[in-house]
Design a protein around this ligand. Structure first.
Ligand code: ADP
Ligand code: MG
Length: 252
């Protein structure tokens, strides 16, 4: 791996909860523009790792560096401003507002530095943001639902809307924690297609996923976590054929 292509570097990260070693000796390099999957059994530490990257949890030891900036010690909103966005955990949804306005909101937030309802109504005629939001809704297949209240969307559609909201922030790094969890096969396939489209745009992605079909369809590289440690790493084929992985995860 040419080091100049590494955009996210997780260096010697440990995280303990009391006596529990949720993460140990985590070293991870993510290359720019790639889709990197993190897989592993329940309780392996996947979500903890993502929480450390986005600043929701402080590591017990080690550091996270993104795009030349040390993220460790920064607040989640600062890390977000640097260009790291997490999908499908977006708490700021306005269920009583139309889908289109929900998708426009993050663009206002990025511009104005806050995420409140006040300017939403007054800026309903912000042509540029509206056009981009409509474009985003077309991309995620929700353009026909743009006038529906966000709260009345189906679960799969809601997640697509959340992805559109994330993309409105133009993140450099997109983190996805089990984006297809609880989705029907049809919604899962639509989401895979959508994530492929994003890949073509060159955005770097880290995806945590249980569904092997999703992982093998999307990932350039896979890291396998078990018991808080990275036990294997490689291309989908390398990981698929690694006996350690089959034992710890795929076969288990
Ligand atoms: P995964 O996402 O791979 O299923 P998690 O990262 O959620 O795993 O959890 C890893 C381990 O850390 C688990 O044993 C879990 O119970 C524990 N854990 C996660 N978050 C906390 C927390 N806030 N406090 C205590 N233990 C936690
Ligand atoms: Mg998890």
């Amino acid at each position: 791996i040419a080091s100049e292509n590494v955009v996210l570097n997780v260096a010697d990260v440990h995280k303990t909860f009391g006596g529990l070693h949720a993460l140990s000796d985590i070293d991870l390099q993510i290359e720019e523009g790639k889709t990197h999957a993190i897989i592993g059994p329940n309780g392996a530490g996947k979500s903890t790792l993502l929480n450390v990257v986005v600043g929701r949890l402080a590591p017990t030891r080690g550091a996270v560096v993104f795009d030349g900036q040390v993220l460790t010690g920064k607040q989640p909103h600062e890390i977000n401003q640097i260009g790291v966005a997490r999908v499908f955990q977006t708490p700021e949804i306005f269920p009583d507002l139309p889908v289109l306005q929900n998708v426009m909101a993050p663009a206002f937030a990025k511009r104005d530095g806050s995420f409140t309802l006040n300017f939403l109504s007054s800026l309903a005629d912000e042509k540029e943001i509206r056009e981009e939001a409509e474009h985003m809704l077309e991309d995620v297949g929700l353009i026909h639902q743009k006038d529906m209240n966000a709260g009345s969307l189906s679960r799969g559609d809601k997640r697509r809307m959340e992805l559109a909201m994330c993309l409105m922030q133009h993140p450099k790094l997109l983190l996805l924690d089990e984006p297809t969890a609880g989705m029907s096969r049809h919604d899962t396939n639509t989401t895979i297609e959508l994530l492929r489209k994003i890949k073509e745009r060159g955005m770097t992605k880290v995806i945590i996923e249980h569904d092997m079909h999703v992982v093998f369809s999307l990932a350039d590289k896979i890291s396998v976590l078990a018991g808080g440690r990275i036990i294997a790493e490689g291309t989908p084929d390398e990981v698929r054929n690694n006996p350690k992985v089959q034992e710890a995860y795929l076969g288990g």
